[in-house]
Each structure stands twice: as structure tokens, then as C-alpha cells.
Write a protein that binds this ligand. Structure first.
Ligand SMILES: Nc1ncnc2c1ncn2[C@@H]1O[C@H](COP(=O)(O)OP(=O)(O)OP(=O)(O)O)[C@@H](O)[C@H]1O
Length: 370
């Protein structure tokens, strides 16, 4: 899939930009703080996800403006589609249309337009807390099957509700029997979510291993393991089974006394994590800065490759300020993976990016495309 056109008005410092990108290679050049990442962020928003910089939606509207508007066209394997997107600052209202039809939220966009973004902050996937890795894994799972997002939402809502019940029991406003109804539902959703994550990592781990092997010339082996918060010593079946759900329920029930004391659910899929090891040693604890960056890069490339294989079309790839930082072999690996994909690369230093003479060069200065 590729973006064929984008017009944005009052998106952060981008006062008014209009762009018909190259279907393959787009290099966005400019000095610091000119609006390069803002442009990538505008493209990312078309996936229906929240900003990859984690800001509130109204902060995407230019400081001195009330409304941000975007319209975009993209081509997938079947047809060209059109998106309009507007955010009103004071009312926090968001209006989205897809092919002229108003949408209630961004989830329909997510099923239509897909990006993979890689930024310098992605080393937090290695160094940061488990929730970063869970969010990444859930995004990957939902990209290849948007319905997986519904399983996650259900699991999250049930966890919030169970935690509320735990706290009221702890405060003397209920008995442990009140948990039964929540435990039964949470066990079903938790088993399903664990299975989805486990299945994704089974596909993901060998791709990561292969790519990491390429960039290190076979000198280092990367392994990726799914650490299930519930099923550590459990052989995961091919599909979600009743014994798997019963196992979840049993463990939840067993931890209820602890959970009431703590006021939250201490076991289950909300404790899942991913473990990355290089040559058998956890990257988080023993990896160098370079190894952490390379691992993060490989995770994103593997995400793009799996999406392409499972959907039969490529995501749009957004590389924010990372190419110039990579050595030649790593840049070449990136190009070999994204060669069939539309890519947007931002840089302050064009000379440090290999192949910067191809495709389209977009120069940004003070929020304007020159
Ligand atoms: N809501 C907003 N309204 C107006 N300007 C904004 C808003 N949010 C951010 N900015 C400004 O946008 C400018 C450009 O930001 P951006 O992150 O796109 O820079 P960049 O070109 O990627 O720079 P770098 O190379 O340093 O990463 C910054 O000066 C920032 O203050």
C-alpha cells in the first residue's frame, strides 16, 4: 500500500502542506525543529492510532489555531481510498471520514491503512518497562488481524472491572465470591489474548533471528521469547482450548487472596513480556547501546515483513531520524527489506543516508515544504 496524496492544515507547525509522495522512496530533509517528524506523525495518524509520540490529540493542532484538517489518499492492493481527518482543539472533537463515510473512531482506519514507524525512542522497547513491549506486540497482532484488538480491549476492560471489585472487597464492601463472575470472563479473554500473542511470537522470532544474523554477519544470534504471565510451564495448544481457559481460571482463583490484598490482578496476560537475548544473554541487561538499537531496528523490520507476508501487501514505512545513525550494512539491510515498500525517511544530514539520490526529496523549512 502507499500514500498517493496528503494535504494538512495547521498540523503542529505545518501551516499548510500538500504532497504527492513517491510510491517508493521519500527522503525528508531539513534542519532540526523544522517539521520533519511532524510530517511523519501526520501520516501515522491516518492509521487511526494515537500519535507515536504519545501526545494528546488536541496538542496536534497548531498552537495558535483551533482546528487541524487533513485529507489523504492511499492505494492498497485493490483501489484508491480517501481519508479526511479533523481535530477541534476546544471541543476535543475528532471527525474522520473514509471514502466519504463518517467513522465513529479510528478503528476502521486501522483495518485499512497501515504503517510501521521506527524512531530513536524505540530503544525503549528494549530498555523500557514491559508495558512498552506488550503494546508493541499487541499492535503487531492487531495489524495482521484487526479483530485481535477487540480481544485486547475486552481483556483490558475486564481487568479494570476485576480490579475495582478487588478494591471494594479490600475495603470491606464485598466478599471474594463477588469475583467469580469476573474471573470466569477474564479467564476466557486472557487465554485468548495469551494465545494470540504466543502465535505471533512464533512467527516473529525466526524473522528477527534471521535479520539480526544478516546485520551482524552471523556473529551474533538474537532470540525473542514470549514470556507469558500465566502459561510459563504450559504447552500452548494449536487453538484456544477449554483446559487452557480452566487453567487460567484456576490460577486466577488461587491468587485472589493476594490480589485482594494488593488491590489489583497480579497474574495473567497483563504481566506478559518479551525477552530479547543476544548469544544467550538478555539484551536489556547486557547489550551495548549499538546492540539495543540494532535489536529495536530488527523488531520493526520483522513487523513490516510479517505484515507484508500475512496481508499480501506492504505497510508504509516511516523512519524518523534513524538512517543517518546506522552504518552501511544496517542501512543496506533496511533497504533490502523495504525495497518493495513505500518509505519516508527523515534526516538532518542527507550525506549520511545511503541512496539519497533516488525517489523524491522533500525539503522542509519552518513548517513549509520548499
Ligand atoms: N502544536 C504545535 N503547534 C505549533 N508548533 C508545534 C506544535 N507542536 C510542535 N511544534 C513545533 O514543531 C517544530 C518541529 O518539530 P519536529 O519534531 O517535526 O522537528 P524535526 O524537523 O523532526 O526536528 P529534529 O530533526 O530536531 O527531530 C518544533 O519546533 C515544535 O516546537
Amino acid at each position: 500500500m502507499h500514500l498517493t496524496g496528503l494535504e494538512a492544515e495547521h498540523f503542529r507547525n505545518l501551516e499548510h502542506i500538500q504532497l504527492e509522495p513517491d510510491p517508493r522512496y521519500n527522503l525528508i530533509v531539513g534542519q532540526n525543529a523544522q517539521g520533519k517528524t511532524n510530517l511523519l506523525e501526520a501520516i501515522w495518524l491516518l492509521t487511526g492510532c494515537r500519535s507515536f509520540r504519545g501526545v494528546r490529540e488536541r496538542d496536534l493542532v497548531s498552537f495558535d489555531q483551533e482546528v487541524m484538517r487533513m485529507q489523504a489518499a492511499f492505494r492498497d492492493s485493490r483501489r484508491e481510498q480517501h481519508i479526511t481527518y479533523a481535530i477541534q482543539k476546544s471541543s476535543r472533537e475528532k471527525k474522520i471520514t473514509l471514502n466519504g463515510v463518517p467513522l465513529r473512531g479510528g478503528s476502521r482506519l486501522f483495518a485499512q491503512f497501515q504503517c510501521v514507524v521506527f524512531t530513536p525512542d524505540d530503544t525503549m522497547l528494549i530498555k523500557g518497562l514491559p508495558d512498552k513491549r506488550r503494546n508493541f506486540l499487541d499492535l503487531c497482532c492487531a495489524q495482521i488481524r484487526p479483530k485481535n484488538m477487540d480481544v485486547l480491549r475486552r481483556f483490558e476492560n475486564l481487568t479494570i472491572q476485576r480490579n475495582q471489585v478487588l478494591r471494594s472487597i479490600g475495603a470491606g464492601n464485598g466478599t471474594p465470591l463477588d469475583l467469580a463472575i469476573w474471573d470466569a470472563q477474564l479467564a476466557v479473554a486472557g487465554a485468548h489474548l495469551s494465545h494470540i500473542r504466543h502465535s505471533y511470537v512464533q512467527r516473529f522470532a525466526p524473522v528477527c533471528a534471521r535479520l539480526y544474523n544478516i546485520i551482524t554477519g552471523g556473529r551474533e544470534q538474537l532470540t525473542v521469547e514470549y514470556q507469558s504471565g500465566m502459561y510459563r510451564d504450559y504447552e500452548m495448544p494449536e487453538t484456544v482450548t477449554e483446559p487452557m481457559q480452566d487453567y487460567y481460571l484456576r490460577k486466577l482463583t488461587m491468587s485472589s487472596t493476594d490480589d485482594i490484598r494488593l488491590g489489583y490482578t497480579s497474574i495473567g496476560a497483563s504481566r506478559d513480556d518479551l525477552l530479547f537475548k543476544i548469544n544467550g544473554k538478555p539484551v536489556r541487561d547486557f547489550g551495548s547501546q549499538g546492540q539495543k538499537k540494532s535489536t529495536a531496528l530488527v523488531l520493526k523490520l520483522a513487523q513490516a515483513e510479517i505484515y507484508r507476508h500475512s496481508q499480501g501487501q506492504s505497510p508504509v514505512v516511516l523512519l524518523d531520524d534513524v538512517m543517518g545513525e546506522l552504518d552501511k550494512s544496517r542501512q543496506e539491510l533496511v533497504y533490502s527489506i523495504v525495497q518493495e515498500m513505500q518509505v519516508f525517511i527523515t534526516t538532518c544530514n542527507e550525506g549520511a543516508v545511503l541512496g539519497s539520490d533516488r525517489g523524491m526529496r522533500i525539503t522542509i523549512e519552518n513548517g513549509k515544504i520548499l
